[in-house]
Design a protein around this ligand. Sequence first.
Ligand SMILES: Nc1ncnc2c1ncn2[C@@H]1O[C@H](COP(=O)(O)OP(=O)(O)O)[C@@H](O)[C@H]1O
Ligand SMILES: [Mg+2]
Length: 303
Amino acid sequence: MLDLENVTHVYANGTRALDAVTLHVPKGMFGLLGPNGAGKSTLMRTVATLQTPTEGTIRFGDIDVIAKPEALRERLGYLPQDFGVYPRVSAYDMLDHMAVLKGVASAQERKETVETLLEQTNLWAVRKKAIAGFSGGMRQRFGIAQALIGNPELIIVDEPTAGLDPEERNRFLNLLAEIGENVVVILSTHIVEDVSDLCPRMAVLAAGRIQLEGAPLDLIAKTRGAVWAKTIGRDELDECRLRYEIISTRLFAGRTIIHILSSDDPGDGFTAAAGGLEDVYFSTLARSRRVPASEPVSSTVAA
Ligand SMILES: Nc1ncnc2c1ncn2[C@@H]1O[C@H](COP(=O)(O)OP(=O)(O)O)[C@@H](O)[C@H]1O
Ligand SMILES: [Mg+2]
């Protein structure tokens, strides 16, 4: 449904934030997982037509997104990472105002839209309160409500769960899950569980490149037999780092559990671990750090 081909973005200061990103995003929930600085927000803004890529093509259905950004905008709902609009107006009035901006002209239709969205996002009870006084979770739910105005076919949410407490996060993810299977929802996050809980398809973005793409369950299945775990003391960690390829370390009850990658039994007290999406993610990141850039990040020549 959404297809990116060789999308590259180089900022004016020479930062190559996206490097030949080719990605096919089908209908349903798609997880874009990556660490800070991976290029997630750059990718989201580019697809949302807020910036034009240096190179590459983007299609949504039969729309050429770069040639016809306004055609995409009519079908787009976007919740940016920094949705910095927390005005002292009520949630109801703000949604109504945004519906006007989105072209919902009839007052009756707007009333229905706004009321449905407030109920859907569980904000009905606080509809008359100023958004400025909302909690983080309420703000994000408001952010989804405004993104859903006008029944978008493409919904982009950029790191929506960062900073939410576990209960708010759950509520938010459930809301996303309800949005439906007939639209494309791209969720960017650095939190592995957001993807494993919610997304039938995913990609890992790191250093501006797609490092891995697929269905979480298939990707997990591929690590089977390759992930080994051992509980060690803190003082043993440095030595283990020299001997093994550690993909993750986790503290548990004052001890450290390490996961390593090994195609056969490493012995030395390691036991086979049931690999999870975290192992997939961390081993992908470890590999992406080892493989140097195919071309050096260009330094800018000021025009
Ligand atoms: N406006 C900008 N000008 C220059 N560099 C930028 C700009 N925005 C982002 N970057 C850089 O591009 C890279 C990717 O950033 P970003 O897309 O925000 O990643 P993410 O959302 O995954 O954290 C980072 O190195 C960041 O510093
Ligand atoms: Mg970001």
